[in-house]
Design a protein around this ligand. Structure first.
Ligand code: PLP
Length: 327
């Protein structure tokens, strides 16, 4: 049965206050915002980034959509789940030499009926170039092309609909999130102006999980039409050498301890890595005592199975992270 789009997400009452000796010592309040959806695979930032694409497909009667992602991409898993739920044929160009049928993310996408096309790195790099997009439009007539990560103007608009500023204890001084393709951060920035009341401005922190010198330019391009909407924002590297597949032991350890202490699941590629960096900043006294931080839990937990499959986390770590019930 297909789900009416309006019933899909419940964005209320998803705040969790984190109580921790480090936070108490620094006198910093930390709130996690964990949006819930009817389908766990479309969790975190994924539904917000996809929803206006789905609406456009339905309104303009596109035949389907085409999108892009790595072989363990959260965006691909979420897109495949949404495609099945809303009855939309979907094709994905996957950055991989071949489609590994044992890969849990790709297995899930195939089970949801998504067509997967293995794409070598050189071709994949062309995914935003206009000549390549023209070719795809010919190859997939009447299909909407959704950029990697869902980071388009529509994705930004979806994220901007979230109110990450008003925690249950009052307005946040800082809003932080993991950032990769930039759509989530751009959405938070574009929402922030309406939420600022003219007193001290909320700071927005993008905790970058990959080394990408072009990220600030990408975010500015996504914000272009709304240049007057910019609250102060910064991008902060989470580690000196950041690659998606690299899972540092300290990030995995942090995620496990966090899951055991708070019953909130993180994964070490996005949310765990970002929150680890935020904790380091808090410990270093980078936030004034009395600060209230809102952290957007962007989901991505489907990626845990892929980390275990590649033996980047061991069985015990996988069990601890999968057992936490929030996230
Ligand atoms: C779990 C998770 N968190 C954060 C991000 C970063 O979001 P963005 O690509 O919009 O910067 C992603 C990628 O979409 C993700 O999968």
């Amino acid at each position: 049965m297909l789900l009416p789009i309006a019933d899909f997400a419940d964005l209320s009452a998803n705040w969790y206050k984190i109580l921790d000796p480090l936070l108490a010592k620094a006198r910093v309040e930390l709130w996690l915002y964990c949006p819930k959806t009817a389908e766990p695979m479309i969790s975190g930032n994924k539904w917000m980034k996809l929803q206006y694409h789905i609406k456009l497909i339905q309104q303009q009667q596109y035949r389907g959509f085409v999108t892009f992602g790595g072989a363990f991409s959260n965006h691909l898993a979420a897109s495949a789940a949404a495609a099945e739920l809303f009855g939309i044929p979907a094709t994905a160009y996957v950055r991989a030499d071949s489609i590994d049928q044992q890969n849990p993310t790709l297995q899930f996408c195939l089970a949801k009926g998504m067509t997967l096309i293995a794409t070598d790195r050189q071709t994949y790099r062309r995914r935003q170039q206009s000549d390549f997009l023209e070719l795809l439009a010919l190859r997939h007539p009447d299909c909407l092309i959704i950029p990697e990560g869902g980071s388009s103007a529509l994705g930004v608009r979806g994220i901007a609909g979230l109110n990450l500023n008003d925690t249950p204890a009052g307005p946040a001084d800082v809003i932080a999130t993991a950032t990769a393709s930039g759509g989530t951060l751009a959405g938070i920035i574009s929402a922030s102006k309406q939420q600022n009341t003219g007193t001290a401005q909320t700071q927005i922190l993008g905790l970058a999980v990959v080394n990408d010198a072009s990220l600030p330019a990408k975010i500015k391009a996504l914000l272009k039409a709304k240049a007057d909407h910019q609250a102060p924002w910064r991008i902060i590297a989470t580690a000196p050498d950041q690659r998606y597949a690299r899972c540092a032991a300290e990030h995995i350890d942090f995620c496990c301890k966090f899951a055991l202490s708070h019953n909130i699941a993180l994964e070490p590629v996005y949310t765990g890595r970002a929150l680890f960096k935020l904790y380091q900043m808090i410990a270093a006294g980078e936030f004034a005592p009395g600060s209230r931080i809102s952290f957007f839990h962007t989901g991505g937990l489907q990626g845990l199975a892929g980390l275990y499959y590649r033996q980047l986390i061991n069985q015990q770590q996988y069990q601890i992270l999968s057992a936490a019930t929030v996230g």
